[in-house]
Design a protein around this ligand. Structure first.
Ligand SMILES: CC(C)(COP(=O)(O)OP(=O)(O)OC[C@H]1O[C@@H](n2cnc3c(N)ncnc32)[C@H](O)[C@@H]1OP(=O)(O)O)[C@@H](O)C(=O)NCCC(=O)NCCS
Length: 280
């Protein structure tokens, strides 16, 4: 089994509704759009006694998105080992200069990083929807995207995010990755035209499922399509057995936060990446 697939398996097991927001198998699944080799190269795992105890995703050159096995989060020895690796550029986890680490709140690792001079970066808002409760009605026509409509889905995502490089080819690369076995791509249609798109990622029955990404074509905003595609994504996650739908967006993205709330999500306390401007 590849390290990527091993990491996905570990992350899947660590998802629980009572855990703080953390790296999800869907994050690796979405990264898989860059191809098998890039995804394998971007994943870091730490092991103890042969077991994976921490997983990181290098999401760009300067950001490590990272989580630790729930039962190991207060382990001081592991925290020191992880912090040493993350803080030492020669170990090949993060380069020197300004870098960012996303990790779940409340761990010994985070405490240690603050003690070593890392700072809180800008706030992000996690949001959550309990899928045991009644969902709103999306009230628009929704298509589930298969291989033959990858271009439609990718086109809407490109028209939603200014810097998106998503393409039909990247959709296919994403869809052959192991996490996509439990994912769905949807689009919302207005008179037959695709106007909004989402990918939702289950982590297995009874576990939280992730939204990544969700967007509305820039020519079709302000008409409720963001709310509608989010509700449709949540319904797809419920069909896949997820206990909740989760998402995290920069708090500065007021439109996204408002849209998730309109779809029934509740905002959780803000979270922050940790940033280092110099060596720690
Ligand atoms: C955020 C986004 C999805 C909103 O799509 P939309 O179709 O315009 O959203 P809706 O029409 O369903 O609006 C839902 C709510 O959000 C509010 N809203 C939408 N855009 C807003 C903005 N820029 N600022 C403040 N509120 C906004 C609406 O007023 C509405 O609130 P209400 O229910 O209280 O009336 C869209 O702007 C987009 O695709 N942005 C770029 C991609 C992105 O940021 N995706 C989310 C990343 S996690």
């Amino acid at each position: 089994m590849s390290v990527f697939d091993e990491a996905v398996r570990a992350l899947r097991e660590w998802q629980h509704d009572d855990q703080p927001f953390q790296l999800h198998p869907g994050d690796l699944g979405w990264y898989r759009r860059f191809g098998a080799k890039s995804a394998e190269d971007a994943v870091r795992v730490w092991r103890a006694d042969g077991e994976i105890v921490a997983v990181g995703l290098l999401d760009g050159a300067d950001l490590l998105r990272f989580t630790i096995a729930p039962e190991r989060r207060q382990d001081a020895e592991l925290a020191a080992r992880l912090a040493d690796d993350v803080c030492t550029p020669e170990r090949g986890v993060l380069p020197s200069g300004t870098v960012y680490v996303e990790s779940p709140r409340g761990t010994r690792f985070q405490e240690l990083m603050f003690a070593r001079g890392w700072q809180s970066d800008v706030p992000w808002t996690p949001l959550r929807l309990d899928l045991g409760a009644q969902l709103l009605d999306p009230d628009v026509s929704i298509d589930v995207i298969g291989h033959d409509q990858a271009d439609v889905h990718a086109g809407v995502i490109r028209a939603s995010f200014e810097k998106s490089t998503f393409t039909e080819e990247r959709w296919h690369a994403m869809a052959v990755g192991s996490p996509y076995a439990e994912a769905r791509s949807l689009v919302a249609l207005e008179r037959g035209v695709a106007v909004a798109a989402i990918v939702v990622w289950s982590a297995g029955p009874g576990r939280p499922g992730l939204i990544e990404p969700m967007g509305v074509h820039r020519d079709h905003r302000g008409k409720g399509f963001g709310t509608a595609i989010t509700i449709a994504g949540a319904a797809a996650l419920r069909e896949l057995g997820s206990s909740s739908a989760i998402v995290c967006t920069p708090s500065s993205n007021a439109g996204a936060v408002a849209t998730y709330r309109a779809a029934g999500f509740t905002a959780l306390p803000e979270v922050h990446d940790q940033r280092r401007d110099q060596y720690c």
